[in-house]
Ligand binder design. Sequence first.
Ligand SMILES: C[S@@+](CC[C@H](N)C(=O)[O-])C[C@H]1O[C@@H](n2cnc3c(N)ncnc32)[C@H](O)[C@@H]1O
Length: 502
Amino acid sequence: MNQLFYGDNLDVLREHIAENAVDLIYLDPPFQSNKDYNILFSEQDGTRAAAQIKAFGDTWKWDIASAEIFAETVDRGGQVSVAMQAFRTLLGGSDMLAYLSMMAPHLVELQRVLKPTDSIYLHCDPTASHYLKILMDSVFGPGNFRNEIIWHYRKWPAGKYTFQRNHDVIFFYSNSDTKDRTFNQLYMERAASTLKRFGTAKIVSGHDEYGNRVPSETLEEDSEGVRMDDVWDIGRVPPIKQLYPTQKPLPLLERILEASSNKDQVVLDPFCGCGTAIVAAQGLGRHWIGIDITHLAVGLIKHRLQGAFLGKAAYEVTGEPVSLPDAQKLAADDKYQFEAWALGLVGARTNDKKKGADKGIDGRLFFHDERDASATKRIILSVKGGSIPANHMRELRGVIDREEAEIGVLLTLQKPTKPMRHEAADAGFYDSPWGSRHPRLQILTIEELLGGSRIDYPRTNANSTFKKADKYSDAPVENLEFKFDSQIDEETDTESEPPSNW
Ligand SMILES: C[S@@+](CC[C@H](N)C(=O)[O-])C[C@H]1O[C@@H](n2cnc3c(N)ncnc32)[C@H](O)[C@@H]1O
């Protein structure tokens, strides 16, 4: 059974994934290659980083916690221990060392779960790739290094005093040097000059200066092209179309899966984000395991799979709250995660908190109930995991008016009081052009949501304005019209440094 885990992947790997259980691993871990490179090497003041990596905390700050992880890895012994000690000498107690200390035990666990005959692809960017390659050598063995793949893309030009930073690095290692490992040779088109000279005929002997075969003879049958090289030109997902910051393009993941896995094999993505590797695995008939530490990502993957495979993707979700006490615990542990999870229950996404004008709005949901596809209607959501101020419903009503939204909803862990219910009842109705009537101000408790209740609004199954799902289906993905507004425009597209990997 395919599995989607919410949680820290190190815990999930240790508790749930057996040795030699996986045929292919792709990992795209978070990386703070931010505007200021020094952030990785200096003591962070925390402000900017905290806002951006809130979802998974200060993972790579050099502090007591990372020093402990560092010590654990050193104590394990072996080549990883040697590599980490060398990094300590080189980098001192810096944030880069903290990052590498975080990565080391992950790689050790991934090596354990990967079958000896199979492969791992580590996606990173040039900020840390040189250190990560040494770490990969220490875990998988330098002899098992297969390729350094350069994923080249184009983006909006920025930064006048350097060449454009338009590539990521993907390290491909196998888990042993056996010749039996899964590898399906892929081909790319011949160069224009080769095509001009030889057409598409198969060339059967001889070598030119590049090591390509040249004709002593050409065959009638068509050649499959030239063997794929390690520089891949694949367009990135344009920011406006991203469901998630750092979303990778589906063709990139499909290429990796097609090369290093076969049908019915198991693909693992331990940092799966919005689930590009999972969608590729599902589409190509592989089994899959995805892990992410944010409810935002897990909720999004569920919507993406639903949209792309119309309910046909079967999988189990582990680690999400399924009862009221679970939800209470999540709210007490981390109010942002609680908020993202609660919004995920109704198919909404977190609102960007940085925008002052959006005060009082935790999430948004869109719907269309008119023939004119451009008439997008809005639902404003407020989430409360703790006590609710007495005037909250009045304020929410004010927000709906201010935003000219059709419906406002409070999602709450606590039961609403009578005055709150009255306030909601007094807010009237939204009358859809379809003739249906829906309360303008609604309250849903988490208990009700867990019991299957949903927001009362005009629903549609097919509407051309909804963002289309991945190529596996033409079906619309309802309510995926969100984007991480400011992050995308300011930071991913026009930034002078490489796109931040969170
Ligand atoms: C760069 S994104 C992956 C993007 C993904 N490749 C895609 O196409 O959407 C990294 C992801 O790792 C997750 N993450 C970070 N630390 C984690 C951990 N310890 N365990 C599980 N997931 C983690 C983050 O929540 C984030 O979604």
